[in-house]
Design a protein around this ligand. Structure first.
Ligand SMILES: [Zn+2]
Length: 384
């Protein structure tokens, strides 16, 4: 067994190792260097490490590091990838961990390499202990784009454990509910032509105007439907996120694309919502010569819900002094629940500073997180 570097060094190395993931191939990169850093540290602590490359992206892999054996046990989970960064927005190099105003700064420090470093440090407490139930560190790939890492874990049926904590930024308040997501691209195809003879073409932007009208009506109908779980917005929502069509004022546009994102509650079904969206768009489009082609942009993930009475929710509530909440952003939680774990989202960062320049983590979150992880490991691995 080797000696583990101090927390700041763990984090510095994670931040210095780029692992951007993005739907745009020009930003997307692998996460293998981050996975091998973590595997090295954890093997040094006596964990057995499995690196599972994704079939869809061989340069990306999940890491399952296990100490101990048997049923039950605790998973500490986090994604290894970050979102892309704006070159100009940062006050300092995003890949160099820096400290000022009682905060750490760096790309991923909040979302969520900070938690990964803390989890590795907490794992070192088990060195030389006899575990009653296994401790598993799970580091996933591709969370910020397609969630293909978590999907691959469900396909592989691992890891198996009873309880899980995903350290996404929640300001150290436990979360046991969040909405699901789906994303679609709606393409309107028309026919190009000279702008002086609109009658000879089929204007895809005019067609999209009708689709937009239909979607706004559909959105108003969806807003009548209650999620009933304490979300800030208590109904399914729709975001008209991106539109692109045509190229010049003197040409009839042959194509227009709209990207739509939907968020919904635990009682909603992805397939039904997607069908409803596409049917509304189809019905709306009556422009002569135009046709609609819907495409799946993000297959989607269901909403996430872990029962309030589970041991992990109760433990996280007791340790933080906060009742478990519902949030509107999504995580890999539904996939871990599908694997049979009771999962709570609970981490030191603040989602409000994630996905933007000068992402930070307050230093005063470190000690409470260390204490929390120590207590969870004690409760679920050492004394079960
Ligand atoms: Zn995240």
């Amino acid at each position: 067994m080797t000696c583990l570097p101090p927390l700041t060094d763990l984090l510095r190395q994670l931040i210095a190792t780029p692992s951007v993931s993005s739907d745009h191939p020009r930003h997307d990169m692998g996460n293998l260097p981050v996975v091998s850093l973590m595997a090295n540290w954890l093997e040094g602590l006596g964990f057995s490490c499995e690196v599972l490359p994704l079939a869809s992206h061989p340069e990306k892999a999940n890491l399952i590091a296990t100490l101990g054996s048997g049923p039950g046990g605790l998973v500490l989970a986090g994604h290894t990838d970050t979102v892309p960064y704006d070159d100009s927005g940062w006050d300092a190099d995003p890949f160099t961990l820096s400290e000022r105003d009682q905060q750490w700064y760096g790309l991923g420090v909040c979302d969520m390499k900070g938690f990964l470093a803390l989890a590795v440090e907490a794992a070192s407490l088990c060195r030389g202990e006899r575990l009653q139930a296994p401790l598993i560190l799970l580091a996933t790939a591709d969370e910020e784009s397609g969630m293909d890492g978590a999907r691959a874990l469900v396909e592989a049926g691992k890891p198996k454990a009873r309880h899980a904590v995903i350290g996404e930024p929640t300001n150290l308040r436990p979360v046991r509910l969040h909405k699901g997501i789906l994303m679609d691209s709606l393409h309107v195809h028309g026919h190009a032509g000279h702008s002086s003879r609109p009658d000879l073409g089929a204007n895809a932007i005019r067609g999209m105007h009708q689709v937009l009208d239909a979607l706004l009506t559909h959105e108003a109908e969806l807003a009548q439907h209650r999620c009933g779980r304490g979300f800030a917005i208590d109904h399914p929502t729709m975001n008209l996120g991106c539109i692109e069509g045509g190229d010049s004022a003197n040409r009839i546009p042959a194509h227009c694309r709209l990207d739509v994102d939907m968020r919904f509650g635990p009682d909603d079904d992805i397939a039904t919502l997607r069908t409803g969206l596409r049917e509304a768009a189809h019905k709306g489009l009556t422009e002569a010569g135009c046709r609609l082609e819907p495409q799946t942009l993000f297959e989607g993930i269901p909403a996430f819900e872990t029962a309030a009475t589970t041991a992990i929710v109760e433990a996280c509530e007791a340790l933080t002094g906060h009742r478990a909440e519902a949030v509107d952003f999504a995580t890999e939680g539904p996939f871990l629940n599908q694997l049979g774990m009771d999962t709570v989202i609970l981490g030191p960062g603040d989602i409000a500073v994630a996905h933007q320049p000068n992402e930070s983590l307050p230093l005063d979150r470190i000690a409470p997180t260390q204490e929390l992880l120590r207590a969870l490991i004690q409760r679920f691995c050492l004394t079960t």
